[in-house]
Design a binder for this molecule. Sequence first.
Ligand code: SF4
Ligand code: SF4
Length: 425
Amino acid sequence: MSEKEIKAKTETPMLDELKTGPWPSFVADLERYSEKKPAVGQLLGQLEQSYEDRWNYWQGTVLNVDGYGGGVIARYSELGEQYPDIAQFHTIRVIPPPGWVYSTEKLRELCDIWEKHSAGIMQLHGMTGDILLLGTDNKTTFEAAEELMEKGWDLGGSGPALRTLACCVGEARCEAACFDTMALTKHLTDNYISELHRPELPYKYKFKLSGCANDCAASMQRSDMPVIGTWRGAMQINQDEVGKFIDDKGIEFVIDNVLTRCPTNCISLKGKTIDVDNDNCVRCMHCINVMHRALKPGKDRGATILIGGKRTLKIGDTMSSVLVPFMPLKTEEDFTKLTDLIDSIWEFWGDNGLEHERIGEFIARVGLGTFLEGIGLEPDPQMINQPRTSPYIKFEELTGSKIDGEPEHNPAVSNEEGEMAEKAI
Ligand code: SF4
Ligand code: SF4
């Protein structure tokens, strides 16, 4: 930035432009709020200056509440002289309830604490999934954190640590859910609260949990370890509802919007009934989304555990690889199997990862084979994008009736005993 004299803005013509669209405007909201909190008016003034100069006037640093190694995103204004009320303008990350389901009482409590100690701006929710509370200074950050904790709230993660978890609403409100996303989010948060509060990993590590392949938590784009609900065996079909759907929408609609859009062409019509070739269904959820009364995920439900997701990493958009094709997630014992896996990943990555190297970048550097050996997991064909056409997959015939019989095996999800027709080499 070239040296020039900057004065506090009294007019904000560029921000005013943002009020003219047909959608709700954050500028109009903040202007209204600035009548109560002058700091918010100064915030808009600095933003106008940033637009004019195309320059970010915030400087970041670290500010820790006692006993925590993260959770506060400290920001200092370079224009503190012009805008003294926002010279320090920090953000506190707070862990939200799983699935972002609040009571109005808790929301009011949060608003009251925030209005008392800060500029009173809240963001629900940040990219991490946290509740973001904006606008404290060096003193009120501690006062606000104290009060939040007294009322049972806790600070979220930041820095090279486990980050605050996020999940879709799952079984609480969604019939498509294949596991209880909220229960697992709570379990992992409780189990790893120390790793969340005290950075001790090579870099950040995020979990996002979606109850099915619709992936409403955008776990593959947003996390290092997506957990996505799926099922084994046959999809549930209610043929009466299939018939009603066809009567209502017409056969062409079903052909155009269900059959031809199945990615593996594994769904067919026989008169007014539907047949699914479960061995070739990749559990993408498309047909279930369209005909949700007639079709449902199968009864044997669990999740696929993926690794190395997130767009964008330093190595590009990895969007994750399958690590465990199917893991039941119903009991405490199932949850323990998952945490054992996470522990072994963190141990190997912690010992061998570089500073600021996320798990997907680490796997790309050391290779998937080395990584699997390091964490003690057998290679599996489902870890490969197109196992049927990959020369690294060896097909072996299974003994017994597993291939011929109903539907013990499918290419997307192995059965519990891992009785697969393919083998990764
Ligand atoms: Fe429902 Fe699936 Fe979306 Fe979760 S990801 S809310 S289970 S549709
Ligand atoms: Fe096809 Fe299975 Fe996807 Fe339905 S869920 S569209 S049957 S792959």
